[in-house]
Design a binder for this molecule. Structure first.
Ligand code: AMP
Ligand code: MG
Length: 349
């Protein structure tokens, strides 16, 4: 299949009139899938009300069918046809964080496609904060089921070029609206329990959620691999470049030692580090990709997936990555890095 590509600037408030969006909407009404930018990562959208359209998402990504999708909406009123009842905590979180990088797991209404929810009796919903995503849904007049627009297992796409790399020829359309901002997927919060539970850490932090609804719990699976995750997607390998990734947890001297040992073994070494760490390390790495600054971890979130993907264009044998404090957005960054590394962490004794 030929993938139709459009460039849409992401600043014009009148983009709802753009012919590109109308063409994309026509494809969505034909049950085709179209990739589009959001403020987190690029999404692969299809009509959430059509089984046929939703199945095409799973096929294009090679996504396991037991991994449910997030439904994207533009107006709170759309919840009425998707959700059985809205718990009070969900109301408060919507008020505080929508549109934004927060997905709520809610009791689903009968009639919602079982393909979207992978047969669960709950549905995950979010309102993205991106003018192109919102305008596309507005023009199409449809809620869009949309996972990240990457092949399953690969790092999520933060540019249209990343989507193209993975899905060219496999999807009907791709709207290029430039780089995404947050860079990591939305925070997923289960609102079907008395106390809301974070199932996936993301752009909205636990501290921010607690300011709005008081106590928030964290799925035990996020802390220990001994527990099965409540969010089906969290059990899969994710975000992995081709070369194996190891996380290095220790001082700069320790990091230098690890790199030196690999070089003695004639390995081509890739380094994934912040600007500050790059400046302090001995220059022994063969390929160094930087991802932001330690002073502001949101910059690391923004650049992490691009840095991980960039190693695939090189012939490194091994990638060593810096680690980050598990605070604020650092929790989400470390969650993705641990998955990219398959939990291989080299700790200083
Ligand atoms: P993605 O859209 O690829 O970023 O993945 C969506 C995430 O939301 C995955 O981890 C899913 O398992 C999770 N998710 C979607 N629907 C539900 C649901 N009803 N209950 C729990 N987790 C869900
Ligand atoms: Mg994904």
């Amino acid at each position: 299949m030929e993938t139709k590509k459009w460039i849409v600037d992401n600043t014009d408030p009148f983009k709802i009139n753009y012919p590109q969006l109308k063409e994309a909407a026509v494809l969505l009404h034909q049950d085709q899938v179209v990739a589009f930018p959001t403020e987190t990562v690029y999404g692969l959208g299809a009509n959430a009300l059509s089984d046929q359209a939703v199945l095409r998402i799973f096929q294009a990504k090679g996504r396991p069918s037991d991994n449910p999708l997030i439904v994207h909406i533009t107006k709170k009123e759309q919840l009425t046809s998707l959700v059985d009842n809205l718990p009070q905590a969900a109301e408060q979180l919507i008020e505080a964080f929508w549109p934004g990088p927060l997905t709520l797991v809610l009791p689903k209404k009968d009639g919602v496609s079982a393909y979207v929810t992978a047969g669960l009796d709950t549905i995950a919903i979010r309102m993205p904060d991106h003018p192109v995503a919102l305008a596309l849904m507005e023009v199409a007049g449809l809620p869009l089921a949309a996972p990240s627009a990457n092949l399953s297992g690969k790092p999520s796409p933060t540019t249209a070029a990343h989507v193209d790399e993975d899905l060219n020829g496999k999807i009907a359309g791709l709207l290029d609206g430039g780089s995404t901002g947050v860079g990591l997927e939305s925070t997923v919060v289960d609102c079907t329990t008395n106390i809301p539970v974070i199932l996936r850490p993301g752009g909205v932090t636990k501290e921010q959620l607690e300011e709005v609804v008081g106590q928030v719990e964290v799925d035990p699976a996020l802390k220990s691999q001994e527990h099965a995750p409540k969010s089906p997607g969290m059990k899969y390998t994710h975000y992995a470049p081709i070369a194996p990734v190891f996380l290095v947890d220790g001082t700069i001297d320790f990091f230098n030692e690890i790199v030196h040992t690999a070089k003695k073994e004639h390995k081509k070494v890739g380094l994934l580090v912040t600007e500050e760490t790059k400046a302090l390390l001995n220059q022994e790495g063969d390929v160094v990709h930087t991802c932001g600054t330690k002073n502001d971890l949101s910059t690391v979130a923004t650049h992490l997936y691009d840095a991980l993907r960039s190693f695939n264009a090189t012939d490194v044998d091994i990638i060593y990555s810096e680690t980050f404090p598990k605070e604020g957005v650092g929790v989400a960054i470390m969650n993705r890095l641990e998955k990219a590394a398959g939990h291989k962490i080299i700790k200083m004794k």
